[in-house]
Design a protein around this ligand. Structure first.
Ligand code: PA5
Length: 468
């Protein structure tokens, strides 16, 4: 059971002049080899520690699985506090592998399935936070605070609010049992606090950046609580990692699509759309948008030259966005690649009945909704191809732990290869760090006085405002 990559509609001999000429594989073989070597040599080292995770001895997770299954039995709700890479992977996997309406199931059904509700709080909107507080029963709610740096204001503020409420609700001794920290061991505010308060703590490897951390304890803790087969997920990731380490580009999906994206960007395709045709995969687009944008949107190359590279990732959902964005994709500028995520076999399907009372819609009757969804995807691929627009399709035989693990590993390798082709640092995020520092300064954090003066001077100079 493995993913299939169909890139016919990327190629000029199939879609015409706006596609990629097959000759680039020959003319680019040196740069392909260089990028391949860079990623392969880096696996397991520096910021590529994520590449080793699927190869770990899975018995190391037995303690976590046991601990989390105990929480699963006690919890009415499990709440993840995190942002960016500390939330988007968990959101994507939970959406893919759990009942999409889990939180709306009646209490009796949740009890029978022995599952808590799950909330992944990746923002600090005060209205949303108030509504969470109104909703949950603190006595039976457990929190997983996730921050690699241990310093992110959003996550720390959420924790401070909820830990305070928990202490008031159940007392300090009990409250600490409701908090699990996932962070860098030995450093950072969350680590120090977790030690002091006595929270159960899981580490994040030093060389695993946020957006590459979904298969680390960042994702595994909430997945284990929700009964997701984490070993199946890792097995899928391992098998895809093997495929993405093959030297022959035509057998290596990560390298192949990275090179196609790289070539397409050179031809002016500066927008990369991720369009799953399955609601279960809806948040894979968010995961993709982050890994693509934060990893590849860079000002300088590895020699320090200004390059300002990076495609803009866009999330889209089939068929919903056929009725919103596809007009633009078909007739607008030739500046996009559309990646479709297809599912061959849906886990549940719905038959459109042959209702003889209704004297209309005969073309729909007797088909399933899954069939309709897939026909609409093929129809969109066809329309884009006819309009000469680059697109390719990744097909999952079914959505399960194994295929989701494969997809996640593929995204990580594809991103790493694209960064290597662009000759940039894929794993840093100086643009995000600048905003984090400015936030610390505005909140009056010690050590950020000079930054505050800089921010104030910049903000006050703004003069183009109306409506004051
Ligand atoms: O990918 C990244 O490194 C970022 O998106 C981080 O995940 C995000 O900024 C949150 O950081 P942290 O996990 O340190 O709280």
């Amino acid at each position: 059971m493995t993913l299939e990559f169909d890139y016919n509609n990327m190629m000029a001999d199939i879609i015409g002049e706006h596609g990629i000429d097959e000759k680039v594989f020959e003319s680019g073989k040196d740069e392909i080899a260089k990028a391949y070597k860079k990623v392969i040599d880096g696996c397991g080292k520096g910021w590529q520690e994520w590449a080793d995770i699927p190869y770990s001895d899975y018995s190391i997770y037995d303690e976590m699985i046991a601990y989390m299954s105990d929480i699963r039995k006690k919890a009415s709700a499990f709440v993840v506090l995190g942002i960016g890479g500390s939330a988007l992977g968990p959101i994507a996997v939970v959406q893919a592998l759990l009942n999409m309406r889990l939180n709306e199931l009646p209490q009796s059904a949740l009890k029978a399935a022995c599952l808590p509700k799950i909330y992944i709080e990746d923002n600090i909107d005060p209205e949303r936070m108030n509504e969470l507080i109104e909703l949950i029963d603190l006595k039976t709610t457990y929190f997983n605070v996730i921050t690699k740096s241990g310093e992110t204001s959003e996550t720390l503020s959420q924790m401070l609010v909820l830990y305070d409420l928990m202490k008031k609700a159940v007392g300090k001794e009990e409250a600490k049992k409701h908090f699990i920290a996932t962070t860098t061991i030995g450093k950072g505010t969350l680590y120090n606090l977790a030690q002091k308060e006595g929270f159960k703590t899981y580490g994040i490897g030093l060389g695993i950046g946020g957006r590459f951390s979904v298969l680390s304890n960042v994702g595994l803790v909430p997945f284990a609580v929700m009964g997701i087969d984490i070993k199946g997920l890792l097995k899928g990731a391992k098998d895809m990692s093997e495929d993405c380490k093959v030297a022959d580009i035509f057998k290596n999906p990560g390298l192949l699509t990275a090179y196609l994206q790289y070539q397409a960007a050179k031809k002016g395709a500066n927008v990369s759309v991720m369009m799953p045709y399955a609601d279960s995969l809806k948040y894979m687009s968010d995961f993709y948008c982050q890994i693509w944008a934060e990893s590849l949107g860079k000002a300088v190359d590895l020699e320090g030259n200004f390059v300002h590279v990076g495609q803009t990732p866009v999330k889209s959902l089939g068929v919903t966005d056929q009725h919103s964005q596809v007009q633009l994709y078909t007739e607008g500028p030739f500046d996009k690649i559309i990646t479709f995520l297809a599912v061959k076999k849906f886990r549940k399907d719905v038959l459109i009945p042959k209702d003889d009372d209704i004297d209309a819609c005969d073309f729909l009757k007797g088909h399933t909704m899954g069939e309709l969804l897939n026909h609409e995807r093929v129809a969109t691929e066809y329309a884009l191809k006819k309009a000469g627009r680059m697109n390719f399709t990744i097909t999952l035989p079914e959505v399960n732990e194994y295929t989701v693990g494969q997809l996640l590993a593929y995204y990580m390798f594809e991103t790493a290869y694209t960064g290597a082709l662009l000759n940039i640092d894929t794993f840093n995020q100086p643009g995000v760090e600048e905003g984090k520092k400015a936030t610390f300064a505005m909140l009056g954090r010690t050590g950020y006085e000079a930054k505050l003066a800089e921010v104030n001077a910049s903000v006050k100079k703004a003069k183009y405002t109306i409506g004051k």
